[in-house]
Ligand binder design. Structure first.
Ligand code: IMP
Ligand code: MG
Length: 177
């Protein structure tokens, strides 16, 4: 499909599924190489990251665990500074290597909120791994260790990302027209 309509907005194809999978393979290769012996805990940020996390996790060959937290900051097509914790951290992360799995880093508000929450629990190390990154929207200084694809400042949907709850089921990524 070249275009899709979700609710009141039209979107055009931006990143095809094959390109997404290539980016994920490269991320997995790096993680498998750089986190040997760390037995990391992958912390998936719901909802948007569920598809990315599932595809990435199948490509990991190192011993690792996965857990989930649910944060919320978006309303419609723009990020807000108010980040809410809908489901918190249930694991003991003291002394662990944590790899945060994000679908996309936009302003970085969500990331900052999460880092504060994690730091309090004294993990050994926190790495950030995001499928997509909007460098022109990023307002924070937190280093992002693993980036799949850098994208311009357009609003996108698909592959887990939504517009008002819809569009997460699309296999490709679409941008607003
Ligand atoms: P941030 O707090 O501004 O960095 O936004 C992070 C969260 O907002 C991401 O984890 C996404 O769930 C959501 N988000 C950011 N950009 C987009 C977008 O273009 N489309 C859909 N969701 C987005
Ligand atoms: Mg997200």
């Amino acid at each position: 499909m070249e275009t899709v309509t979700i609710k009141d907005k039209m979107f055009s194809l931006s990143i095809p599924a094959a390109e997404i999978q290539t980016a994920i393979s490269k991320l997995a290769e790096k993680l498998n190489h750089e986190l040997v012996g760390k037995d990391p805990l992958f912390l998936v940020i719901l909802n948007g990251s569920f598809m990315f996390a599932a595809d990435l996790f199948k490509m990991l060959t190192i011993p690792c665990e996965v857990s989930f937290v649910k944060l919320s900051s978006y309303r419609g097509t723009s990020s807000t500074e108010v980040v809410k914790t809908m489901i918190g951290l249930s694991d003991d992360i003291k002394g662990r290597t944590i790899v945060v799995i994000e679908d996309i880093v936009d302003t970085g508000h969500t990331l900052e909120h999460l880092m504060k929450m994690l730091d309090e629990q004294q993990p050994a190390d926190i790495k950030i791994c995001t499928l997509l990154f909007k460098p022109n929207a990023y307002l924070k200084c937190i280093r992002i260790d693993y980036v799949g694809i850098e994208i311009p400042n357009d609003f996108i949907v698909g592959y887990g990302l939504d517009y008002d709850g819809f569009g997460r089921n699309l296999a490709d990524i679409y941008k607003i027209v």
